[in-house]
Design a protein around this ligand. Sequence first.
Ligand code: FES
Length: 155
Amino acid sequence: MDVAKIDTILRKYNGDSDFLIEILQDVQAEWRYLPVDLMRHLADELGVPLARVSHIATFYKAFSLEPRGEHEIQVCMGTACHVKGASRVLDAMSRELGIGEGQTTADKQYTLEAVRCVGACGVAPVVVIDDEYHGDLMPDASAKLIARHMKEGAK
Ligand code: FES
């Protein structure tokens, strides 16, 4: 646990527990998950029960208790995308990455997630990779997209 980094985050919010969610967001961004020992440290420093920190960490989908990949792949499973074959897109990506939905690759590069409507129904089916939208994505194209992303990331 990098205490100096945690202290920097705490200082940013003057150690004020009213900013617990914002503090956890910063921790999530830095570590890509919320380690238990780190949540315990935050609870101590902020003077709040660990149960409160844990509750927030498990309530919001933005937080993860498991290490997440450097790149997040979200396959939209909303109605419009579902009708246009989102399940096959998810399967193709899953095969290409060698992981199931909700999992992270062993090298911690990619996390694959099924999500609800991402607000781009007009170009369904949609996949979002690190905030970049890819629409009208058929299964073959989605597998190629992942393969290309992995290759470019390896450079
Ligand atoms: S249902 Fe997929 S973008 Fe809306």
